[in-house]
Design a protein around this ligand. Structure first.
Ligand SMILES: *[C@@H]1O[C@H](CO)[C@@H](O)[C@H](O)[C@H]1NC(C)=O
Ligand SMILES: *[C@@H]1O[C@H](CO)[C@@H](O)[C@H](O)[C@H]1NC(C)=O
Ligand SMILES: *[C@@H]1O[C@H](CO)[C@@H](O)[C@H](O)[C@H]1NC(C)=O
Ligand SMILES: *[C@@H]1O[C@H](CO)[C@@H](O)[C@H](O)[C@H]1NC(C)=O
Ligand SMILES: *[C@@H]1O[C@H](CO)[C@@H](O)[C@H](O)[C@H]1NC(C)=O
Ligand SMILES: *[C@@H]1O[C@H](CO)[C@@H](O)[C@H](O)[C@H]1NC(C)=O
Length: 699
């Protein structure tokens, strides 16, 4: 079927010169409440809204599902019909479908018992089949441009279902069409919108529609409905939710479904926190990351001077726990030797301040910040000496921490992301200590083939040594826990091929198994030994015993999603680094960064992520806590200050480095205070944002 809008002459109105005629808008304004439900395919979301006559809006609830992939909304309608029937019951008696290929939808609806159906086809029906022509002849299906008043009297239908049609309308026409759709319906409008797949594929045809489909995000739609006084039909949304679950209906292919939840749905004792790290947040004494092109963290957020204020802010936000790292060189400036009393005082103050507000301190000992003195003396983590000497060095530093702070700190992370730290610092050479093969990234020193494996090996042994010390000398008295954290991605096969599936498993073995297997089994994954050969150091039996079971917990630090493709040819390279050894290629879907205070996408992410954590806990996962990275906009090792991962924005132009809450801070805070949350909470928050300046003294 060719997709040309009907009546090209009228399409001139697209230019805006012909004023919109018809009184639909005002009529619908005076109509009683009408429900609208939106199913955005692609970005997907399903919302029930009520059309409110008053013009005032209160959004209460939303059921939201996200899917990936490119799908036709019209096909989606057909798949969703049984669920809609459950949700709308009697409203499905007289249904109008609006959208391309309406004949097929109408025919399907007509097969349902007790359903009468009509259709509006917004495009020319050039090649309609006999069935469709007959529907048109009977007046059941009409061809009409939906930018203009629909050819029906008010309240002609119990329900209106729209698919693949409103995506083509500019806001100007949407403002007219939506009220039109509402006008002809008694009970509501169900809209399938988002990413109409077929159309995207045929870019060349798009010009025929006068306007290409606009791929609007769910956020856009929610905002749009709000602006147009559409309120949720909570009952219908809930019913749709329930019916979806019962029938295992998920919009389009893959889906993650986030429903309403509260903090109380988590087991008692489940910890919610947020984190930062020493270097990223504050200055450090002597650990200079030479030549970092992205600026440095020397001033960062000045938590050193502002900790009281920041802890107050954490309490106000409602954090159960705060995860931070101790700077080795601030505590022991030369890496070994005398303790700096000022450093000791600072961490005692911070810890006491946290405790006084009932916030658990979670402390990381090594977060990419080895003292420069040790880096200079023996090459830091690539030298095995750090493990042996550092039974005197790293372990001695840890000993100071346990001794000085362990009465109040119960959660110790020895090393933050040994795998991530090493890849960045020893393979790609883009972060401290900036080592790599010169052929890889123009580093002046290093060897990307060997050093990453050596460094992780030594970090693991150092972890085991420190954990051993803690367990031997402190755990009985202090009753704390010691573990480490792993850098991870969510990885999925790029294609359905068996090779890519195996490659994805291999990638996980290299990325996560590199650290997790030694902790659990006392050795590296088989495939790593096979592909890296002698470049991968081996554990002695004694080391293997030491490391196995040395972590009371494992922190999983998850970034974004990557897709993995098998790439066997990389194993033929002469000088292989870690990436080449994995024999994979990866493609990444990083989310665009946004430093706006209106960080709606971060809220959506948190809402979805915490919802999935809840699912895994309900499924039996022994997950004990969740930390949002990061509390403040921190200095990111790879990004400088551009990332803005924080819940709070830090105004660096203000000599006082004032903190401002982003929407995500408000959302998280509501959640932490036990409020039931759905991601549309954002929109009521958003209305408040301008009036919110964080005046801590006003508390
Ligand atoms: C559409 O309607 C909304 C709400 O009434 C209004 O804010 C917006 O400016 C309108 N957009 C256009 C393009 O007319
Ligand atoms: C890295 O080390 C390996 C093994 O010792 C050696 O074969 C290779 O030439 C070194 N590469 C560089 C760039 O120094
Ligand atoms: C690589 O290193 C050389 C010598 O230090 C330098 O002149 C050149 O600018 C560097 N290239 C890049 C891309 O960093
Ligand atoms: C950041 O978010 C704001 C508010 O949602 C939006 O207006 C802006 O376009 C976004 N910027 C980027 C780069 O996505
Ligand atoms: C929970 O378990 C079910 C059944 O095994 C599975 O389908 C689902 O993906 C799991 N959910 C999560 C978040 O792990
Ligand atoms: C918005 O501000 C009003 C008035 O200050 C307050 O009562 C309301 O709770 C705020 N809403 C949210 C969601 O923060």
């Amino acid at each position: 079927m060719s997709r040309r809008p009907v009546n090209p002459a009228r399409r001139l109105a697209d230019g805006g010169s012909i004023p919109f005629v018809g009184s639909a808008h005002s009529k619908s304004r005076s109509s009683p409440l009408l429900s609208v439900i939106l199913l955005a395919v692609g970005a997907v979301l399903l919302i029930g809204y009520l059309y409110s006559g008053s013009g005032k809006t209160t959004i209460e609830k939303e059921a939201l599902s996200k899917v990936e992939g490119v799908v036709s909304c019209t096909l989606e309608v057909q798949r969703a019909l049984p669920v809609l029937k459950k949700a709308y019951g009697d409203s499905m008696l007289k249904v109008l479908h609006v959208g391309p290929e309406t004949c097929s939808v109408v025919s399907k609806l007509l097969k349902e018992e007790d359903t009468e159906a009509w259709g509006v086809e917004p495009y020319d029906l050039d090649d309609a089949d006999a069935n469709c022509r007959s529907l048109v002849q009977k007046g059941i299906v009409r061809v009409a441009d939906i930018k203009f008043p629909l050819p029906y009297r008010a309240k002609s239908f119990s329900l209106v279902i729209v698919s693949d049609a409103v995506d083509y309308l500019s806001p100007k026409y949407l403002n007219r069409t939506l009220p039109e759709l509402a006008r002809v319906s008694v009970d509501g409008v169900v809209i399938f919108a988002g990413y109409p797949g077929q159309h995207r594929a045929k870019v060349s045809e798009l010009s025929k529609f006068g306007r290409p489909a606009k791929l609007r995000s769910s956020t856009w739609w929610i905002r749009y409905f709000l602006q147009n006084s559409l309120e949720e039909n909570e009952v219908a949304a809930k019913k749709f939710d329930q019916a979806s679950v019962k029938r295992s209906y998920k919009p389009a292919s893959s889906a993650l479904t986030a429903v309403e939840y509260t903090k109380n749905d988590f087991p008692p004792g489940f910890i919610f926190g947020s984190g930062t790290s020493a270097y990223q947040l504050c200055w450090v004494f002597s650990s200079k990351f030479s030549g970092n092109v992205l600026g440095n963290g020397d001033i960062a957020c000045d938590e050193y001077h502002k900790y009281k204020e920041d802890v107050k802010l954490m309490a106000k936000t409602g954090l159960d726990a705060y995860r931070f790292s101790i700077s080795w060189s601030r505590l022991i400036p030369n890496g070994r030797g005398p303790v700096n009393p000022k450093g000791l005082q600072y961490y005692n103050n911070l810890i006491n301040e946290l405790i006084s507000y009932g916030i658990q301190p979670h402390v990381t000992l090594h977060h990419s910040d080895l003292p420069q003195a040790l880096e200079d003396e023996y090459g830091g983590w690539i030298n095995r000496m750090i493990v042996y000497i550092s039974q005197k060095d790293f372990t001695a530093y840890a000993d100071v921490c346990f001794r000085e702070f362990g009465d109040r700190v119960s959660y110790w992370t020895t090393v933050n992301e040994p795998n991530g730290f090493v890849m960045i610092g020893y393979d790609f050479g883009i972060g401290p200590p900036k080592r790599c093969s010169s052929s890889f990234n123009n580093c002046s020193r290093g060897n990307s083939s060997t050093e990453p494996y050596m460094a992780v090996h030594h970090l693991l042994l150092a972890h085991a040594s420190v954990a051993g010390l803690y367990k031997k000398n402190y755990q009985d008295k202090q009753h704390g826990y010691i573990g480490l954290s792993i850098f991870s991605f969510g990885a999925f096969p790029l294609t359905n091929s068996k090779e890519d599936a195996i490659a994805t498993q291999r990638y996980f073995d290299f990325l996560i198994g590199w650290v997790a297997n030694p902790l659990v089994y006392g050795d590296y994954p088989k495939i790593m030994k096979q592909n890296a050969g002698s470049r991968l150091p081996a554990f002695t039996d004694h080391e293997s015993q030491q490391i196995k079971g040395s972590a009371d917990f494992i922190g999983v630090i998850n970034y974004y999603t990557v897709y993995i493709k098998d790439n066997p040819s990389s194993l033929k390279q002469k000088h292989r680094d870690w990436s080449a050894d994995t024999a994979t290629k990866f493609f990444c879907l990083a989310t665009p960064r946004n430093s706006s205070l209106e960080d709606i996408s971060r809220v959506e992410y948190l809402h979805a992520y915490i919802g999935i954590v809840l699912d895994t806990v309900r499924n039996g996962s022994n997950t004990r806590g969740y930390f949002v990275w990061s509390f403040l906009d921190v200095f990111e090792l790879l990004d400088g200050y551009k990332s803005s991962y924080g819940l709070y924005y830090v105004d660096r132009d203000d000599p006082d480095l004032k903190r401002y809450p982003k929407l995500s801070a408000h959302w998280y805070s509501q959640f932490l205070k036990g409020r039931s949350v759905r991601s549309d909470e954002v929109f009521s928050l958003e209305k408040n944002i301008s009036s919110l300046s964080y005046d801590l003294d006003s508390q």
